[in-house]
Design a protein around this ligand. Structure first.
Ligand code: PLP
Length: 376
């Protein structure tokens, strides 16, 4: 049996090595490292895959979020509502731009932002909602889009963990995550479902005017060479990363199917255990691409379980151990603990098991045996 890892990028690389190396050699000999043909073809391939009009590649997923907010023209004092239970990048860029982050609680079933909590948090200063498709599951987008429409708000999807998931609307229409809101961001960090071999990210939108603005923002606010119309940033995806992404995009659906298969195996092993809550897929089976497989353990010393697994050589993770509203950088006197009851509970109960497209039956069995040995 191969060594069990949280993600196994070496085994994944072994399958695509000839294509990736040939593509990289081409970039090296052409020396078109920035904005080369590989970047342009990746952009077009991703637009086609997502069914979205515009993909704007950039340097990482955090930049993608920041640029999306800059492109929408959000101004200091504007309030942006996002989830308390997520990775800090989401709230970081809101604060960095001088906007006011408003953190709200999540739903205990999906781990995603709670639409009722969003509605409660709306004020006359609210300008945008940032749902995060946490752990790969599409947030409650029908309700979120309806709330946004009613209150005239932008929706910025943080799709860093959800790429490849499909949302089915109430009317049965199928839309890829990241193509639902006004604009979306994603990350190609190596461990993401679609990851490159360094940093990378992208912004998506169906809005032609916004896409034009975003292309300028990522390029020093420049729409005509050496004319800087707005304050921008320098955020580019390089050609070598685009080579990797072009190869991996062809396999993204296969990778996500492998993740779903591993998730199903885990759930079969744990679903009858009284103290383990397995992840719930709220929508259709294609609405969750299992960036993480996250259990909740009830009446259990979660940290002792983490230590036990680590001692047995089974890697695991706690995403996330501290709610954002209690982080020194993002805490506020305005927050009341009772408004974060779900997050405050989840941070003590969650544990994420190894999840990637190369997991083997035998590895999953071993992981399950160790988890159950501790829990029983
Ligand atoms: C990974 C991630 C990001 C940031 O992406 P980077 O490419 O590392 O900057 C943002 N939001 C979420 C939810 C993420 O998981």
């Amino acid at each position: 049996m191969r060594k069990i890892q949280m993600v196994d990028l070496q085994s994944q690389y072994a399958f695509i090595r000839p294509q990736v190396e040939a593509g990289m050699k081409e970039v090296l000999s052409s020396a078109q490292f920035i904005n080369g043909p590989a970047v342009k073809s990746f952009q077009a391939n991703l637009e086609n895959y997502l069914g979205v009009k515009h993909v704007i590649p950039c340097a990482n997923g955090t930049d993608a979020l920041q640029v999306a907010m800059m492109g929408l023209g959000l101004k200091p004092g504007d309030e942006v509502i996002t989830a308390d239970f997520t990775f800090a990048a989401t709230v970081e860029v809101i604060a960095l731009l001088g906007l006011t982050p408003i953190l709200v609680d999540v739903d205990p079933t999906s781990f995603n932002i709670d639409p009722d909590a969003i509605e409660k948090a709306i004020t006359p200063n609210t300008k945008a909602i940032v749902p995060v498709h946490l752990f790969g599951q599409v947030a409650a987008m029908d309700r979120i889009m309806a709330i946004a429409k009613k209150n005239n708000l932008y929706v910025i999807e943080d799709n860093a963990q959800g790429i490849g998931a499909t949302h089915t609307t109430a009317t049965g229409e199928k839309i890829k995550s990241g193509a639902i809101g006004h604009v979306a961001s994603t990350s190609f960090f190596p461990s993401k479902n679609l990851g490159c071999y360094g940093d990378g990210g992208a912004i998506f939108t169906n809005d032609d005017k916004l896409a034009h603005t975003l292309r300028g923002v990522v390029n020093h606010g420049m729409y005509e060479r050496y004319h800087h119309d707005v304050v921008g940033v320098n955020s580019r995806l390089d050609s070598l990363q685009a080579v990797v992404l072009n190869e991996k995009l062809k396999l993204l659906d296969f990778y996500n199917e492998r993740r779903k298969w591993a998730a199903m195996r885990y759930t079969q092993a744990f679903s009858s255990h009284a103290k383990i809550i397995t992840p719930t897929v709220v929508g259709d089976c294609d609405s969750h691409v299992f960036h993480q497989y996250t259990l909740r353990v009830i009446d259990t010393d979660r940290d002792a379980l983490v230590k036990y697994l680590q001692d047995q050589g089974i890697p695991c993770g706690v995403y996330y151990p501290i709610p954002l509203h209690l982080q020194k950088a993002y805490t506020s006197d305005q927050y009341k603990e009772e408004d974060f009851a779900v997050t405050n509970r989840l941070i003590k109960e969650v544990i994420s098991l190894p999840m990637h497209s190369e997991l083997e039956e035998e590895q999953i069995k071993t992981i399950c045996e160790h988890v159950l040995a501790f829990m029983n």
